[in-house]
Design a protein around this ligand. Sequence first.
Ligand code: ADP
Ligand code: MG
Ligand code: MG
Ligand code: MG
Length: 411
Amino acid sequence: MSDYLALDTGTLPERLSGIEAVASRVGPDPATWSVKEVGDGNLNLVFIVEGPSGTVIVKQALPYVRLVGDSWPLPLTRAFFEYHALTRQAARDPGRVPEVFHFDEDQALIVMEYLSPHAILRGRLIAGQKTEGLGEALGRFCARTAFRGSDLSMKTPEKKADTALFLGNVELCDITESLVFTDPYFQAEMNNHNPHLDALVTELRGEVALKTEAQHMLAKFANNAETLCHGDLHTGSVMCTDAETRVIDPEFGFYGPMGFDIGMLIANFLMAYLSQPAHRGDELDAYQEWILSVVDETWTSFASEFSTLWEAERTGILYPATLFEDQNHSASGALSDKLRDIWADALGFCGIEQHRRTLSLAHNADFESIEDAETRGKLEARNLRLGAYLLMNRTTIADTSELLDIARSFN
Ligand code: ADP
Ligand code: MG
Ligand code: MG
Ligand code: MG
């Protein structure tokens, strides 16, 4: 046991040089290491540690929310949940998350693979860059983690034990329950929004049916422990090159509904799409259509991989093959029911994520980087209206082609 102490660039080499997993990758002499703090997230410290032999990432939780400061305490245990989520994701979709080299629970720190020359997807979308295979990789990641972390795949003792473990991630779930699902729909203290949206915000907050649907989605989030979700799968938790896609930062990991991660992702693509008019010139239409093609690819890849796993890996307690002998064991009707429910849930979570990024505490750079408040407000208003439409109509939108047409009609 060693008392927790936050790292800084000065103390890091000396404090971590004794860790074999670090020294063997960076170099034996800490005097030769160079350390940069690069955390641009809302919560934690992230250091790039470079030496003669190589480079690693050191991520350390702080006992408070980095974005707000020590007036908002947040437990160090989030590093524990991130570590356990990373190891499960690595097993369920090999190669998609950074390899973990070392975990120190007392210091709430994870030493992991340095992704380079990868950059955060959100910034790449703002800059108009494309990544080959983006939707395919993300859809497959969501399908593999959803399926393999669920009762479709896991045995009951293992699933119950893991659900119990992740139930400890109370404070991070609490953040999502408040900031994502609840705060957008009333005048919560930590909210902020563009004054150009005042009239629309009043209108939306006056819609009882909308608030009711948002609460239905919150009930699913809080009560449907279907699978281990990433919990924070926005485009700031994806790092890409032109050809490769990786997923980081699962500290919000929790057992929740299968549609949650993919719904958040789709929301972030739709927000990238709707914000493009402020970021692109000539290439606007082509790039917007590319973003929509990624949404299509993400869901298509999800459904395809989920179906493959359904046929090949249904080893858990749900829909066992023996019950469906008359159907060649495939239970294909149950599969299409399941995909339909995940799709509808995803669209509901999508609409809520669009709302919270415009109305609640943590906004996204897609819109925030638009300097002119009036221009920003016009695009944010489309985002709010599209989000409301998707949340309200989630069970009747048939497929991605209909979703994309709806998105185009709000653009
Ligand atoms: P937070 O939980 O505070 O949001 P993140 O895990 O999202 O922290 O990391 C913050 C930033 O650090 C990322 O946006 C990215 O720029 C950088 N980063 C994090 N992990 C890695 C990694 N494995 N390789 C390269 N850069 C990383
Ligand atoms: Mg992050
Ligand atoms: Mg994080
Ligand atoms: Mg257009």
